[in-house]
Design a protein around this ligand. Structure first.
Ligand code: GDP
Length: 451
């Protein structure tokens, strides 16, 4: 995500390192570099102009902190301006005073609406709501079915027109009636949020806008969300404006951010439409979805990491009792940390998503981008396979794993003996290190740590 911009900005900041104060020429040069960086990221020109002007003015102005060196001052200004163009405060979903809250999705075909409907429903479920999905996209063949499949994966109810009944399927059906029926059903069955998936077209056309507007009038949504594929760059802004005129909406959802190396849509859409980005979708899995936080996104662009999101995800995914047990073992209480514990921890971490995604959220990882993106996720599977080929006794007490056991484990897991050796050795090293840290000794071998 936003790799081009991150790299460009990092270079700009590097050029300022070691400068005692910023001359007018330094500020001009920096502003020029930032301008190029934003243009390369495909940010809309009016947004670029405004951004650069603001950075320049503030860099010259008095509001720069004396406690920071010039490079840090510029980073701070760029960070704050990025947060501002991304929308400032996080815009959260507004729920109706009397349920159900009705959320309507609109956007072009292929934008990712149907996928997003299920992601949003799953997320709402995690927040303690009881959402229902309504399949009012009767245009695209298979859209109803796709929503049903995704709804099932998310474990949420889907209201869909039955094949052959009066509401019909696909081309013959009346999406307005389906949408209205869905909201009625939700009231009856006490679902507190209804998500209405509507049809899209490949391009903007009057009929599509009219249908969406009719559905909107029929169900009176509390939130209309415009769903847009971030990978289409500045076209996203054009589409966003057309939907604003044709249907109107309260917020934007960016999809496919995982495939968007530039970030033009994300950085332009708020300023160009005046509507906040509320959610972001970044992958094919139903859990690849989150609230859009302008400040965290700016941090990621500036390679300062997104530890807040990582912590939140961990809190949701981890079994806290199990984590506590592992932590106690590492601090010398409750028995020794075993390979079983290690395996369990590894499986918990994997619930957060791919290793590359997790590492990408840590600060300062920009320099390792290539390695992270090319990280072979199967490596984790291989480690798991080796551990799973051990007997319970071996996992509980890895010290007993001698030569003959090692060759048996290697055979069982389809790895080499040296893979097994490496894993066992690393496990002992890591355990020793973690135990020392957990007991308050700091990093072993670091100056100032006892022992
Ligand atoms: P709709 O026509 O707007 O309902 O779009 P779909 O939900 O059918 O999505 C179109 C395609 O984009 C599907 O192949 C999805 O799997 C894919 N897709 C949706 N969201 C994302 C995302 O965040 N990342 C990636 N990589 N693919 C996505």
């Amino acid at each position: 995500m936003f790799a081009t911009l991150s790299d460009r900005l990092a270079d700009t900041f590097k050029n300022l390192r070691g400068k005692g104060r910023l001359s007018e020429a330094d500020i001009d040069a920096t502003a020029r570099e930032i301008r190029i960086a934003l243009l390369e990221a495909d940010v809309a020109l009016p947004v670029v102009k405004e951004f650069v002007a603001a950075v320049k003015e503030r860099a010259r102005g008095e509001d720069v902190s004396q406690a920071l060196n010039p490079a840090q001052q510029i980073v701070k200004i760029v960070d704050e301006e990025l947060v501002a163009i991304l929308g400032g405060e996080t815009r959260r979903l507004r729920f109706a005073k009397t349920p159900p809250t009705v959320i309507m999705l609109a956007g072009l075909q292929g934008a990712g609406k149907t996928t997003l409907a299920a992601k949003l429903a799953l997320w709402l479920k995690g927040e303690g709501h009881s959402p229902m999905l309504v399949a009012a996209d009767l245009q695209r063949p298979n859209a109803v079915n796709q929503l049903q499949v995704n709804g099932e994966r998310a474990g949420v109810t889907v209201w869909a027109p039955e094949p052959g009944n009066a509401q019909g399927v696909e081309h013959g059906g009346d999406p307005v009636a389906v949408a209205r029926g869905g909201v009625e059903e939700a009231k009856r069955t006490l679902h507190d949020v209804v998500i209405v998936d509507t049809a899209g077209r490949l391009g903007i056309d009057a009929e599509l806008m009219q249908q969406a507007a009719d559905i909107r009038d029929a169900v009176q949504p509390d939130e209309v969300l415009f769903v847009v594929d971030a990978m289409i760059g500045q076209d996203a802004v054009t589409t966003a404006q057309a939907f604003l005129d044709g249907v109107g909406y309260d917020g934007v959802v960016l999809t496919k951010l995982d495939g968007d190396a530039r970030g033009g849509a994300a950085l332009s859409i708020r300023s160009m439409t005046g509507k906040p980005v509320m959610f972001a979708s970044n992958g094919e899995q139903l859990t690849d979805f989150d609230v859009f936080h302008p400040d965290r996104m700016a941090s990621r662009i500036l390679d300062m990491g997104d530890v807040m999101t990582l912590i939140e995800q961990a809190e949701k995914a981890f079994d806290s009792e199990q984590a506590l047990k592992a932590a106690q073992k590492l601090s010398g209480q409750g028995g020794e940390f075993t390979l079983d514990d290690f395996l369990e921890q590894m499986q918990q971490v994997r619930k957060l998503g791919s290793m590359s995604k997790i590492m990408g959220m840590l600060p300062g990882m920009g320099q390792f981008r290539d390695q992270i993106e090319n990280f072979d996720e199967r490596e984790v599977d291989r480690i798991q396979a080796v551990i799973q080929s051990m007997t319970p006794a071996e996992r509980a007490n890895p010290k007993i794993i001698d030569g003959s056991r090692r060759s048996r484990i290697a055979k069982g897991s389809g790895r080499t003996v040296s893979d097994v050796n490496q894993l066992v050795d690393r496990f002992f090293q890591a355990r020793t290190m973690m135990e020392q840290m957990a007991r308050g000794g700091g990093m072993p071998g670091m100056p100032g740590s006892p022992g």
